[in-house]
Design a protein around this ligand. Structure first.
Ligand code: AMP
Length: 521
C-alpha cells in the first residue's frame, strides 16, 4: 500500500469528505491532495538537486498535515516539532538537521536570541506563505520526486541520554507497511473505511503516526484534540461529543484521565468501536473499565518503540484475557516482525525467560540521524533461525525493554536502563540530569521516578548545590525549575526537587538510585 496513492484515491472518490478536523477548521481530501501537491512543487523548485530535511513546526494545524504530505511528494524527509518544545530543543533540532526550510504554522520563538556563534540559517515559511503557495494554481507536483520506499520519510526526535535529543529516521516503506498492518488492528480494513479517528498525541510523538496515517489511508476523518483542551474536562467532553470518534488512539494515561469522569462512557460516545493503545503499560483496571463502559467497543494493546515505526505487536484485551493475565501481555508480533529475547551477552533466551527485547523486521528505523555510534550500539546484527533450522543474519534493534515470550505472546516487564515513560512521554533520566548540571550552582544531580500501579507518576530530582541554606530551598527549587523549563519540555521537569549534601554511591561508584528511591518512602 502506498500512502500518497491512497490519499489521491480518496480525493478522487469523495473529494469533499473531511480528512482533518480541528477546532472549527476542516480540510477535505481534495484540498489536502491539491495543497500538498502545490507545496511539493514549491519545495521541489527550491531544492532541485538536493534532498534536505524539512522541519515542520506548529501544533496540530491542518497545514502541518499538508506539509507532511508535501514533503513525501517532494521526496524530502520531514521532522515534526511541536510548540511545547522549549527554544533550546528547537535550536538543537534545527542545528542537527540544518533544515533549509521551516514550515511553520505558529510563530517560531526567536532562536538567535542570546546566541553568539549559532545563527538560524533556514528560511521560515509562515502559515500565510504556506496558504499562498497552496492557492497558487501555477504549481504542479512532479510525481517522479516522490519518496521511494528506502528514502527517509520522517525523523522524530526523542529524549537522548546525553542531554541532546536524538533523531529516529523512518523510511517511507516502513511507514506504508506499518499503516497496512495498522488497518487490520481490532477490525478489518474495510470496517475502518471512512471512520472518525481521534488524535490525542502531538505530531512530534510517534503515537500520532498511528491515528494520522490509519485515518488517511482508510479515507477517514482525523478528529484532532489540541493540547489545551485535554486539560479541561468540560470543553474536552463537549469536543468528544461533537467529534463522536469511532476509533480512539491514545496513551492509556489519557484514557485514564477521561475515565476519571463517570460520564465517559458509551452513552457519551455511542459510536465508539475500537480503542487502540500504545506507548506505555495498559493496566488491567483501565482495560476492564473501558470494556464495562463501552460494551460495544474492542480494546487493543500494542507495543513498540519509535525505532520500529510506532508498534509491532498487538493483542485484543477481552474479559477472558483480563481474567487470565495480570499484568496484561503486549501482544504477538505483526507479520514481518520477529521478536527475540536476549541475555546481557546477546544470546537468545528460551520461552518464559526474561531478557532484553530485540526487534527485527521490515519496519525498523534505518538508525539515528547523523549519529553512527548511537546507531551501532542500538541496531546490531543478530541471527534468526527458521523452523527448518536455516539461520540468517539480520539487524536487531535492542530496545532496552525487558520482557519475555510465552508461545509468541510478548510480556513487558519494564526498562533495563534509565529511560522511563511519564504520561506516555519517553524520557531519558540522564537527559534531565545533564541539563540540571548546566544550571548555575548545581554540582551533582540524580533523577529518580516514583511509581503508582507499576507506572511512573512523578519525577524527583536529588540535587547537590554549591551553597545551600535550608531556608532558601524552596526559592532555589523554583529557580531550578524555571531555568530547566528553558532547556526541556514541561513534561520533563521534575515535580519535586530535593536538596541533599551528597548523592549516595554504590560500591562501584555509580549513583545509588535504589537508596534515593528509598528516601522517597
Ligand atoms: P516511544 O518510542 O515513545 O514510543 O517509547 C517506546 C517505549 O515505550 C518502549 O520501548 C516501551 O518501554 C514503552 N512502551 C511502548 N508500548 C508499550 C506497552 N504497550 N506497554 C508497556 N510499555 C510500552
Amino acid at each position: 500500500m502506498d500512502i500518497v496513492q491512497q490519499i489521491k484515491k480518496h480525493a478522487a472518490g469523495f473529494p469533499d469528505r473531511t480528512a482533518f478536523q480541528y477546532a472549527g477548521q476542516r480540510l477535505t481530501y481534495s484540498e489536502l491532495d491539491l495543497y500538498s501537491d502545490r507545496l511539493a512543487a514549491y519545495l521541489t523548485l527550491k531544492t532541485p538537486d538536493t534532498r534536505p530535511e524539512i522541519v515542520v513546526y506548529g501544533h496540530k494545524h491542518p497545514y502541518m498535515l499538508v506539509s507532511f504530505i508535501a514533503c513525501i511528494k517532494a521526496g524530502l524527509a520531514y521532522c515534526p516539532v511541536d510548540i511545547s518544545m522549549p527554544t533550546e530543543r528547537v535550536r538543537d533540532i534545527l542545528s542537527a538537521t540544518a533544515a533549509p526550510f521551516v514550515l511553520s504554522t505558529e510563530t517560531l520563538p526567536d532562536l538567535n536570541a542570546g546566541q553568539d556563534t549559532w545563527k538560524m540559517t533556514g528560511e521560515v515559511l509562515t502559515l500565510d506563505t504556506l496558504q499562498q503557495i497552496a492557492e497558487d494554481d501555477r504549481l504542479t507536483a512532479d510525481p517522479s520526486r516522490m519518496l521511494s520506499p528506502e528514502d527517509i520519510c520522517y525523523i522524530i526526535f526523542t529524549s537522548g541520554s546525553t542531554g541532546k535529543p536524538k533523531g529516529v529516521q523512518i523510511p517511507y516503506g516502513c511507514l506504508c507497511r506499518f499503516a497496512a498492518w495498522g488497518l487490520t488492528l481490532g477490525t478489518t480494513p474495510a470496517e475502518k473505511e471512512g471512520k472518525r479517528f481521534l488524535n490525542q498525541a502531538p505530531f512530534s510523538f510517534d503515537l500520532s503516526v498511528m491515528d494520522l496515517y490509519l485515518s488517511l489511508t482508510s479515507g477517514g476523518t482525523l478528529c484532532v484534540l489540541e493540547k489545551s483542551i485535554q486539560a479541561q474536562y468540560k470543553a474536552l467532553f463537549e469536543r468528544l461529543k461533537e467529534y463522536q470518534p469511532q476509533v480512539w488512539v491514545s496513551t492509556p494515561s489519557f484514557a485514564e484521565v477521561c475515565l476519571a469522569d463517570p460520564g465517559f462512557s458509551g452513552e457519551l460516545l455511542p459510536e465508539m468501536e475500537l480503542f487502540l493503545f500504545c506507548g506505555e503499560r495498559l493496566t488491567n483496571r483501565t482495560a476492564e473499565k473501558l470494556l464495562q463502559r463501552f460494551p460495544k467497543a474492542r480494546v487493543m494493546n500494542t507495543y513498540g518503540p519509535t525505532e520500529s515505526t510506532v508498534a509491532v505487536t498487538e493483542v485484543e484485551v477481552t474479559p477472558e484475557l483480563l481474567e487470565a493475565e495480570d499484568p496484561l501481555p503486549v501482544g504477538t508480533a505483526r507479520p514481518g516482525t520477529t521478536l527475540l529475547i536476549v541475555s546481557e551477552e546477546g544470546t537468545p533466551l528460551p520461552d518464559g525467560t526474561p531478557g532484553e527485547i530485540v526487534i527485527t523486521g521490515d519496519t525498523l528505523s534505518s538508525g539515528y540521524f547523523h549519529a553512527e555510534e548511537l546507531t551501532r550500539k542500538a541496531f546490531r546484527p543478530c541471527t534468526l533461525t527458521d523452523a527448518s533450522g536455516n539461520a540468517k543474519t539480520v539487524t536487531g534493534y535492542h530496545t532496552g525493554d525487558e520482557g519475555y515470550l510465552k508461545e509468541g505472546m510478548l510480556f513487558y516487564n519494564g526498562r533495563i536502563d534509565l529511560q522511563i515513560k511519564l504520561h506516555g512521554y519517553r524520557i531519558e533520566l540522564s537527559d534531565i540530569e545533564n541539563n540540571l548540571l548546566k544550571l548555575g550552582g548545581v554540582e551533582q544531580a540524580c533523577v529518580v521516578p516514583s511509581l503508582r500501579e507499576g507506572r511512573v507518576n512523578q519525577l524527583h530530582a536529588f540535587v547537590v548545590v554549591k551553597e545551600r541554606t535550608e531556608e532558601n530551598d524552596r526559592k532555589e527549587a523554583a529557580r531550578l525549575k524555571t531555568e530547566l523549563g528553558a532547556l526541556l519540555p514541561e513534561y520533563m521537569i521534575p515535580r519535586k526537587i530535593h536538596f541533599v549534601s551528597q548523592i549516595p554511591m554504590t560500591p562501584n561508584g555509580k549513583a545509588d538510585r535504589r537508596a534515593l528511591k528509598e528516601m522517597l518512602g
